[in-house]
Write a protein that binds this ligand. Structure first.
Ligand code: ATP
Ligand code: MG
Length: 211
């Protein structure tokens, strides 16, 4: 019996994908809450390369987004940052990333992919969603401005449609978005207490988001 149990024991790593343009306390609080509530050994942040989902807007160079993510994650011993997507040319799909990570970590590791409410609500537009949902577990985190009951309904719908289990985690509501941070910088407003000090300094040093 014990052999059976130990072979079933898998450790959990949470993955948080995003454009992180720039990374802010909303991302960090969501990641830390999921790590703690779902007993993950670490959280791996994966800044995207050239995502298919960012309509129209030109993203800040991935080297800047990656570096800011490293700076923001640095103070948390459970946080790591991966460059797996940013070095890919052209479109980068979460499915490819998960396949690569599954191969790298093997069966002992269960990957949990964290998405904010907004991202989870539109997950059916993602590349090969049925395969993706089967390859890793999804965790939807609450986000201010997105109705929790709508999120719960979507979760139930996805669970029955794709026959998979999804988690929902309540995170302390931080009404912060990268869009708003970029706008503030453009308008000369403060971004203090929305991003870490190191990220704030980086944004000013490299004159990001000025136009
Ligand atoms: P943008 O405004 O440029 O879209 P964003 O703030 O939404 O930026 P993303 O990089 O798009 O940040 O998000 C990465 C992931 O983090 C997504 O799954 C998103 O839903 C989630 N997320 C972002 N901000 C928050 C927040 N304040 N609370 C909870 N989840 C969040
Ligand atoms: Mg977003």
């Amino acid at each position: 019996m014990s052999t059976f149990q130990s072979s079933e024991e898998r450790i959990r790593y949470a993955i948080m994908g995003g454009t992180f343009d720039p990374i802010h306390f909303g991302h960090l609080a969501a990641a830390e809450t999921v790590r703690e509530k779902l007993n993950c050994q670490k959280v791996i942040f994966i800044p995207s390369g050239n995502p298919p989902h960012k309509k129209g807007r030109v993203l800040t160079d991935s080297i800047h987004r990656y570096t800011m993510t490293v700076l923001a994650a640095n103070s948390n011993p459970y946080f790591e940052v991966s460059n797996i997507e940013m070095n890919r040319n052209g479109y980068s799909y979460t499915l490819d990333t998960i396949k690569e990570l599954n191969k790298y970590y093997g069966k002992k590791v269960e990957l949990l992919f964290i998405t904010g409410a907004d991202a989870l609500l539109e997950i059916e537009t993602w590349h090969k969603v049925d395969e993706l949902l089967r390859l890793c577990s999804f965790v939807a985190v609450t986000r201010p401005g997105y109705d929790k009951s709508k999120l719960e309904q979507k979760l139930l719908y996805l669970q029955s449609k794709y026959n998979v289990e999804l988690h929902i985690v309540d995170v302390p509501g931080l009404n912060i978005s990268s869009t708003d941070i970029r706008k503030r910088v453009r308008e000369g407003a403060s971004i203090r207490y929305l991003v870490s000090d190191a990220v704030e300094q980086y944004v000013f040093k490299y004159e990001l988001y000025r136009e």
